[in-house]
Design a binder for this molecule. Structure first.
Ligand code: FAD
Length: 418
């Protein structure tokens, strides 16, 4: 039995390693078209900023180490050009043909910008930009796209002394229709010297360095040409077992869609955390298990010029579009006891007026935002109401949290609203 995995980063390698661990008798082969495997694109902004000293630190495994430790062969520079599923055969760009019994497609996503632009998507993109920043003296940089990668990049370039302008067609930052959130982030960016051009539809201003962070699209061409169905989001449609419509072919990671656990609708949220988890499930099921991936609540976190911005679930605007009747509150509190260097934290919670069900929230602050947003995510997955949430037993000790956590302060306000 031979399992072939296409794509050698988060989803692909998680799938391959898990399949091999569960069924050591299976031959597992990973085909990766690029030169590098097993790297953290998530670390690229911190490489550019200078917090990570060398790009090699972002590489988890080389193919040699993956073989040694996981007993899985990985071939770099091996691009799959076609899948003939009726014959269970792959054709590589080199013309070589390979047989498979099971297949995991983990081809990721690609940057949505012209071929001539400089994106920040792959390790190669990051290294190219890193080398440029090491050679060129700081001058003016344009970052196009105000999603989380654009914001991280703008912060990184500012930290290196570049004059940065962040441009987006949209009026909102982080693509979250939330004017208050945009206002807070705008203040944070401007305080750190980032110029903003939002709702801008003109030609891109001239700058010595322009980086595109204009979004992604799922890498589905290969899958589609083999007869794999896509969903409404444009990514590969999979069941909760990561199966595609073709028996024996699984898909995972940025190339595949999943289910939003708050709305129940299919969603495409390409994130490394999700890619790893989907990959594990695809690998297990390719090895004969029947595990399920339950979907996501849309949890994400990003650092914006030192401010932690953690989001989960729906904004009020998104909730309204999804057919809920939302109420929302946003409060400012402290992350610890004020006499213990408590720093400001802003918490927003959104709930459905009709049922009291919690629908989403955000936490902004310098410290502790990850822990707090993870509580919100857990509550969303448990389909808690605001009343349930108010009953949570959350910790208190002056160096870590105030006696009444900011999450509970927000929930009390929201309960009054409801
Ligand atoms: P990819 O990592 O895109 O890997 C797919 C691989 O498939 C690629 O290497 C590609 O070369 C290969 N491939 C494609 N087609 C073929 C073919 N035909 N034949 C052979 N190989 C092929 N996520 C988070 O959760 N948190 C973060 O903080 C975060 N920060 C990020 C910061 C940046 C700058 C970037 C770019 C991404 C960040 N992400 C983050 C997202 C995360 O990196 C991705 O979601 C994750 O890498 C997706 O993994 P994947 O395996 O699905 O796809």
């Amino acid at each position: 039995m031979r399992l072939v995995v296409i794509g050698g980063v988060a989803a692909g390698l998680s799938a391959a390693a898990r399949a091999k661990r569960l069924d050591p008798s299976m031959e597992v082969l990973v085909l990766e078209k690029g030169e590098h495997i097993s790297y953290s694109a998530c670390g690229l902004p911190y490489l550019l900023e200078g917090q990570v000293r060398d790009w090699l630190q972002l590489v988890g495994f080389t193919p040699e180490r993956f073989l040694l430790e996981k007993n899985v062969s990985v071939r770099g520079g091996a691009e799959v050009a076609a899948i003939a599923h009726s014959r269970r055969q792959l054709t590589l760009l080199s013309g070589e043909k390979l047989h498979y019994d099971k297949l995991v497609i983990a081809t990721g996503a690609r940057a949505r910008c012209p071929d001539t632009c400089l994106p920040l998507h792959t390790l190669a993109d990051g290294v190219r930009l890193w080398e440029h920043l090491r050679e060129a003296p700081p001058s003016r940089a344009l970052v196009i796209g105000a999603g989380y990668i654009g914001l991280e990049l703008a912060g990184a370039l500012r930290a290196r002394g570049w004059r940065v302008t962040l441009v987006d067609r949209n009026e909102h930052l982080l693509h979250r229709e939330d004017p208050e959130l945009t206002a807070i982030l705008r203040r944070q960016l401007e305080r750190h010297g980032v110029e903003l051009m939002l709702a801008y539809d003109g030609p891109a201003p001239e700058a010595p360095l322009t980086v595109h962070a204009t979004g992604l699209q799922p890498n589905t061409l290969l899958a589609e040409s083999a007869g794999v169905e896509l969903g409404h989001t444009g990514a590969i449609r999979v069941t909760e077992h990561m199966e595609t419509n073709l028996p024996g072919i699984f898909a995972a990671g940025d190339c595949a869609e999943t289910v939003h656990r708050v709305t129940g609708a299919p969603v495409w949220l390409p994130l490394g955390t999700t890619a790893n988890k989907m990959g594990r499930i695809a690998g297990a099921n390719a090895a004969g298990r029947r595990e399920r991936f339950p979907g996501v609540v849309g949890a994400s976190i990003v650092r914006v010029c030192g401010l932690g911005v953690a989001l989960s679930g729906l904004s009020a605007a998104h909730a309204r579009k999804a057919g809920f009747n939302p109420a929302a509150v946003r409060i400012r509190s402290r992350d610890r006891a004020s006499y213990f260097r408590g720093r400001p934290v802003t918490v927003e919670l959104v709930a459905d007026k009709s049922t009291g069900r919690l629908l989403g929230g955000s936490v902004l602050g310098e410290y502790g935002v990850e822990g707090r947003v993870n509580v919100i995510s857990t509550a969303l997955q448990a389909r808690m109401t605001v009343e349930d949430f108010l009953g949570l037993d959350l910790v208190y000790a002056p160096p870590y949290a105030p006696v009444m956590d900011s999450l509970l302060v927000a929930a009390q306000q929201l309960a009054k609203e409801l």
